[in-house]
Design a protein around this ligand. Structure first.
Ligand code: ADP
Ligand code: MG
Ligand code: MG
Length: 211
């Protein structure tokens, strides 16, 4: 695919749901170490509902509508911090995307708007040991790739790598936002669960574009 259309948005969100399902235990284990051990089950519940909600949308729904639907579904189904945060990101990105398809530049802009919504809601900056630590470098990679004239597929692969590196880089950090911040210095030495799931979501986009 050269642009994000209905098919690719659907493939992305389904790949995300499958990744969350597959990695549920790992996300929960990471959250058990520095949080309350529910990140995997929170996202699993949320993305199962997303998959169901998307199946009810018309076949010609624009990609932005799919992302918006996924966002509102996560907000209503996930009680933890990650539900409203991911939900706002997807809803904001979805509303920003042009119809019927979004090119790489538009996708990068939409996801930047989604990241800004996360930061407005949660107040986290890069380095606070949250999902922002993976989300920001991934969006920056998309923006750079768009500027450099890369394809959506190449851009998504670069964003997935950047998100993964960002998630790994949370290990030595002390958490300053979310539940893990209650641990103070004891949060050091663990990878942030939300940054880890953000890396899965960008890997899902890369997988979907590679098909
Ligand atoms: P809860 O902490 O309510 O149980 P989850 O376990 O589902 O929610 O999600 C935890 C993740 O949410 C954290 O690992 C972190 O990445 C992310 N998170 C928590 N608070 C914030 C925040 N204020 N800003 C950005 N991300 C946050
Ligand atoms: Mg939790
Ligand atoms: Mg919780």
């Amino acid at each position: 695919s050269f642009t994000l259309d209905h098919q690719l948005a659907l493939a992305w969100l389904r790949a995300a749901a499958a990744a969350v399902e597959r990695e549920q235990q790992r996300l929960t284990d990471l959250d058990a170490a520095i949080g309350d051990g529910d990140h995997g089950s929170n996202l699993r519940r949320g993305f199962t509902a997303v998959t169901e909600a998307l199946a009810a949308l018309p076949a010609d729904a624009p990609p932005g509508e799919l992302l918006t639907k996924a966002g509102t579904t996560l907000i209503s189904k996930v009680g933890g911090a990650s539900g409203p945060l991911y939900g706002s990101a997807l809803r904001t990105a979805g509303r920003a995307l042009p119809a019927p398809t979004a090119d790489l530049t538009a996708l990068a802009e939409g996801l930047r708007a989604g990241l800004t919504a996360v930061q407005k809601l949660g107040g986290a900056a890069v380095g606070d040991k949250t999902m922002v630590d993976a989300f920001e470098p991934a969006v920056a990679a998309l923006e750079r790739a768009a500027f450099d004239g890369f394809s959506l597929r190449e851009a998504a692969a670069l964003a997935a790598e950047a998100a993964q590196a960002g998630a790994r880089a949370t290990v030595p950090l002390e958490a300053r936002k979310g539940r893990a911040s209650y641990l103070g210095p004891r949060s050091v030495g663990h990878q942030d669960p939300g940054a880890t799931s953000t890396a899965l979501l960008f890997q899902a986009l890369a997988d979907a574009t590679g098909r």
